[in-house]
Design a protein around this ligand. Structure first.
Ligand SMILES: Cc1ncc(COP(=O)(O)O)c(C=O)c1O
Length: 398
């Protein structure tokens, strides 16, 4: 008989059941990543206790995982909400909430200017599922009031709009909506600078792929709000299978540890860079809510007194061709990257990326020109960024 045959358990059994160290009493200093599909259960009564919420625990990662819960709970705390859910992306979080809250025949009121894919998702719901939408100018409370009908279930806005960085008057929108709950995309502002729930919003969501993580290396979303509503949204999330993976939730949690520091830093740098851009002859207009020239400057001072964030936009003389030339000149220092809120400063082109799903006429109506550049300020030194931008802008004029 060979050695292998008498060994018990066999190599195959050791390999299949391995991966564990003996029980230990010290706790890890950083949270572990629960990279597991399911959780082992003692017996059927434990299954019932966990499934009905009598006992804390997890069963199957599509329905819940400690890394999802840790991230959502921290965002909920920062936003001043009771509870939250973590999703595979910002769009996943929005989809879970809309599927949970809307049915055929319902109506929603949405801001006329939204991240392009948010508008596209709403339009898809309308054309495929019989929901109706009224797009309104959210600076006009009378228009919001007039748009609401007995079938209106939800209002949707961004706290700071993408890409023209207009700050929403959330208290005025809440008042105009009356009993209709407001859902706010707080991706650009983050709870470090603005907490929509404090002003009466019911639900807040983020592309956590952006500032909440802050390092440009995850795809993640989160939605927070009151517990009963979140239970319903969590149900949709697990039914439709839209949750994130534990590793990315863990990275999101790690990113959150430095969120307030990063938001202070990018706000300071963005104001410095926006002020500089306003002096450049190649630039016809700068959009940053911390500049007195911005249409929502006063509102930003009231709702975002700690800083106005790291996003700004500017119009270049020369339209799309000038944008293309600028991106080539800056590619080594400030890359064109169709995202935002990386640790590095990045450039984007709304007409060709985030808002390409709108028609040219729709973009023009929202003020998104062919020469509009979006700048996401990172953690570099402001003086380096200014030097790089000055060099490139001066060569554009050559
Ligand atoms: C303001 C805003 N909201 C939502 C989203 C969608 O998030 P995600 O890409 O994580 O699905 C984005 C993506 O860029 C965004 O910029």
């Amino acid at each position: 008989m060979s050695n292998d045959a008498i060994k018990s358990p066999s190599d195959a059994t050791i390999a299949a059941r391995g991966g564990w160290v003996p029980e230990f009493v010290t706790r890890p200093s950083a949270p572990p990543i629960y990279m597991t599909t399911a959780f082992d259960l003692d017996d059927l009564s434990q299954l019932d206790a966990i499934a009905t919420g009598r006992e804390a625990g997890y069963i199957y990662t599509r329905d819940g995982n400690p890394n999802h819960e840790a991230f959502a709970a921290d965002v909920a705390k920062l936003e001043g909400a009771d509870a939250g859910i973590t999703c595979a992306s910002g769009m996943g979080a929005l989809t879970a909430a809309l599927l949970a809250m809307l049915k055929t025949g319902d109506h929603i009121v949405a801001a006329r200017v939204l991240y392009g894919r948010t508008g596209q998702l709403i339009n898809h719901l309308c054309s495929s599922f019989g929901v109706t939408v009224s797009y309104v100018d959210i600076t006009d409370p009378a228009a919001i009031r007039a748009a609401c009908t007995p079938k209106t279930q939800l209002g949707l806005i961004e706290s700071v709009s993408n890409p023209l960085v207009e700050v929403a008057d959330i208290p005025a929108v809440v008042q105009a909506l009356g009993s209709v709950p407001l859902m706010v995309d707080n991706t650009f502002a983050t709870p470090s600078l603005l907490r929509p729930i404090q002003y009466g919003a019911q639900l807040v969501w983020h592309s956590a792929s952006k500032y909440l993580n802050g390092h440009g290396d995850v795809m993640l979303g989160v939605m927070v709000g009151a517990s009963p509503l979140m239970r319903k949204i969590r149900g949709a999330l697990s039914l439709y299978g839209m949750n994130s993976n534990p590793m990315e939730s863990w990275l999101g949690s790690r990113g959150l540890r430095t969120l307030p520091l990063r938001m202070t830093r990018v706000s300071e740098t963005a104001l410095t860079v926006a002020t500089f851009l306003g002096t450049q002859s190649a630039v016809t207009r700068v959009y940053y809510p911390g500049l007195p020239s911005h249409p929502t400057y006063a509102l930003a001072q009231r709702l975002m007194p700690r800083g106005q964030g790291g996003m700004l936009a500017f119009d270049l003389k020369g339209g799309r061709a000038a944008v293309d030339a600028l991106f080539r000149l800056l590619s080594e220092a400030i890359p064109f990257s169709p995202t935002l809120a990386d640790a590095r400063t990045t450039l984007s082109y709304p007409a060709g990326t985030s808002h390409k799903f709108m028609t040219a006429a729709e973009r023009a109506a929202c003020g998104i020109s062919d020469g509009l550049v979006r700048l996401s300020i990172g953690l570099e030194d402001a003086s380096d960024l200014i030097k790089e931008l000055r060099d490139a802008l001066s060569r554009l004029a050559d």
